[in-house]
Ligand binder design. Sequence first.
Ligand SMILES: CC(=O)N[C@H]1[C@@H](OP(=O)(O)O)O[C@H](CO)[C@@H](O)[C@@H]1O
Ligand SMILES: [Mg+2]
Length: 557
Amino acid sequence: MDQEQQSILLESASRFPPQKGVKLSYGTAGFRADASVLSAAVFRVGILAALRSLKTQSVTGVMITASHNQVSDNGVKIVDPSGGMLTQEWEPFADALVNAVDAEELVRLVIAFQEKEKIAFARTQSAGILLGRDTRPSGDFLLEAAKQGINSIVGAVASDMGILTTPQLHWMVQMRNKGKMASESDYYEQLSSSFRCLLDLIPKEATTYKIEKNLVVDGANGVGGEKLEFLKKSLNDLVIEVRNSGKKDEGILNDGVGADFVQKEKVAPRGFGPDDIGTRCASLDGDADRLVYFCLKSKNGNEIDLIDGDKILSLFALFIKEQLSILNKEENEEKNGYHVTLGVVQTAYANGASTDYLKKQGLEVVFTPTGVKYLHEKASHYDIGIYFEANGHGTILLSESFTNLLEVKNNELASIAKGSEQHRAALRLLALSKLINQAVGDALSGLLLVEAIFQHMGWSIQVWMDLYHDLPSKQLKVKVADRKSIVTANAETVVIRPSGLQEAINSETAKFPRGRAFVRPSGTEDVVRVYAEATTQEAADSLANSVAQRVANFCTA
Ligand SMILES: CC(=O)N[C@H]1[C@@H](OP(=O)(O)O)O[C@H](CO)[C@@H](O)[C@@H]1O
Ligand SMILES: [Mg+2]
């Protein structure tokens, strides 16, 4: 790095001194904290995104959001050139950079990292970084900090894409690096045209079913509500009412609303009531990368039947299995010469009943630790990998070789069996690959796929709910002195430190038939999370409480 670059970096970094005593870690989904302490971190993430772009000679992204956290929090994460999360190999550097005590240490770290990674700094090199932010009031000044971080690397160019959902920014980065059209209107066009295409391919008999076309969506008072209001204008076959859309008088972001609230509390969000009984309802989270469905069931309260990520995954898996079997009809693998691998990825938070159900359908189910970066990676090993966290974050990945094969099949069938069910199955899978976000879980694209499959199957929401019945479960948070004192293994199902805690959890679990419990440090909040499930709600509550008590005892000892 030349002298001029060093002094630019030093000068700009000294304008963003870190808050004393604040230590941040990249966590499950980037850096998150109260917005007031984040300027320096966001500035430094800007530098990091520029370095990543220089290193890969591709476009990267910086998203400013704290998703489902309260409105006063904010956060920042990097979108890798693939459109996915920042490569895990760079996370230790991200941690070191963001926690550097002053500008001098920061410059030293950048020089050392640049040499290690052999990143060429030169005026001739160019780096492109797309910036997005959600609707939080702190987004504006944090975006400015990110821009200044990017501008302190010679050759790096920041493009402000405005207020976006997190998945929109991931999609844009992915598309840009594929050399495809990548504006926000291209995003809407791709979603609405592939949705229409799926509807046009609905089997004849299904068009006679009486499908409830009304859907009410809780926008969490965030960016997703506002974007859905726009998207729905191009969806004639669906009547979507958006509530908690983010308009000023409708309420506060994530306050008693949103997918995280609905999934964790298992109650209806604010703005929903007895009049909605019988209607299909959905809820997005604060940055619209999570989606859950629900149905109100109580006349006097806000009790709901929840349809979480596990059940959305099950719906997608059934549809894909059906299309694959139509496609492969009359053909055996040898003749086809290609065995399509279909895999389902879950985490320990997946309800045990969902895993049992998926396995009974003959699907391969694998587990990873919490966090999309792990699920996504695992899903990418299959021709079709479907991943979902129970909280509603997930998507379907289709490998390039599989989509190429689909294109070939489609062309072949178009000439020999145009309009046949086999041909239509190939077209459906191709439309699905365009509708479902290939970069990251996306509530808007997920919602359209659910709705399209619904019309395809001719289902009522009750049929979906009855696919299987969730085991009652309970989640709790425990505040401890140092949540990192808990270390887990086996996709977070077993505690290996502090020693003795796992045995204590085992002895609590053994008291309940079909009992299951695990604990792990949260990556987004300063708490230890406890999950328990059992055959009754009382048993799940009681198991969660006793495990939480054990955690508290072990972690203060
Ligand atoms: C139990 C739970 O819902 N955990 C969430 C939450 O992570 P934690 O590390 O549990 O705080 O936020 C992550 C980012 O949105 C999401 O990936 C994850 O599933
Ligand atoms: Mg989110």
